[in-house]
Design a protein around this ligand. Sequence first.
Ligand code: ATP
Ligand code: MG
Length: 305
Amino acid sequence: MISTTTTADDAPDASTSASDSSSVAAAPRPQVGASGGTDRYLPEHPTPVIECENVDIYYGAFRAVHDVSLVYGRHEITAMIGPSGCGKSTVLRSLNRMNDLIPGARVTGKISYHGQDMYGSGVDPIEVRRRIGMVFQKPNPFPKSIYDNIAYGPRVTGMKVDSMDDLVEEALRAAALWDEVKDKLKQSAYGLSGGQQQRLCIARTIAVRPEVILMDEPCSALDPIATARIEDLMEDLRKDFTIIIVTHNMQQAARVADRTAFFTAQAAEGTGDRTGQLVEFDLTSKIFSNPADRRTEDYISGRFG
Ligand SMILES: Nc1ncnc2c1ncn2[C@@H]1O[C@H](COP(=O)(O)OP(=O)(O)OP(=O)(O)O)[C@@H](O)[C@H]1O
Ligand SMILES: [Mg+2]
């Protein structure tokens, strides 16, 4: 349940989940080709971790997103793509109640986390954000040491931790940064390169042991080499986490995502307001090779957007 107290040992653990027997993690993963991010076995339907049902999102009177229904699968990477302004970030922020922090933002419809209404009364948004962490477009380390960037979350959330040193090392290893920083943990995070800073932010997110990691264009400020490292890292992280990524880079979606959701924005008659909508959601290989909707095809082939 979302509102339970945080402990150090409630990390996502493939061996303890009730839904394990039907999960992707339990399924075989043969290599079946290299037609994108889906070169492994995937069931037709994802095992839901987060589910949107008929979701509309408003900023004041402006409806930014209309009627989104979408399932984000456990231990999968789901990409959300589409032209600028179609509501990708808006939807992403609604998945851990980050939109609550924007005055006037409002969500209707239902967003559930393991079947529980995330916006229901009694649900603690802070706990939602601990379980569903977020990595932003621009690396945003705190003005603290590398060590304290990682230790900060566990400290402020009151996590029970046997050894903070061990936890810091574990998070930095999981984010593929340990070897580069192990001798300068007390130095400022600002001394790291952009790509290192973004991996630090991923480590910081991992440190509070979330189940889901949301990423909003996490590589858009990085060079191709740093981008490739983050993409490799995402592939590793999928074993332990569920990842939802917004990206403008279609090659990136094709490379890393198991499933892809394509959004577009439609101008309303009369007002001309552009409201985002989900056009198509399917296996990434299908979206990029044989999309069902003409608008998806136009976008991925570069004719639109
Ligand atoms: N804080 C806000 N207040 C008011 N309107 C907003 C806010 N954030 C986004 N919007 C509006 O909501 C719509 C969707 O924006 P959003 O940022 O979600 O799009 P996006 O698909 O992420 O675009 P991009 O690819 O450029 O990042 C846009 O019309 C935008 O102007
Ligand atoms: Mg955005």
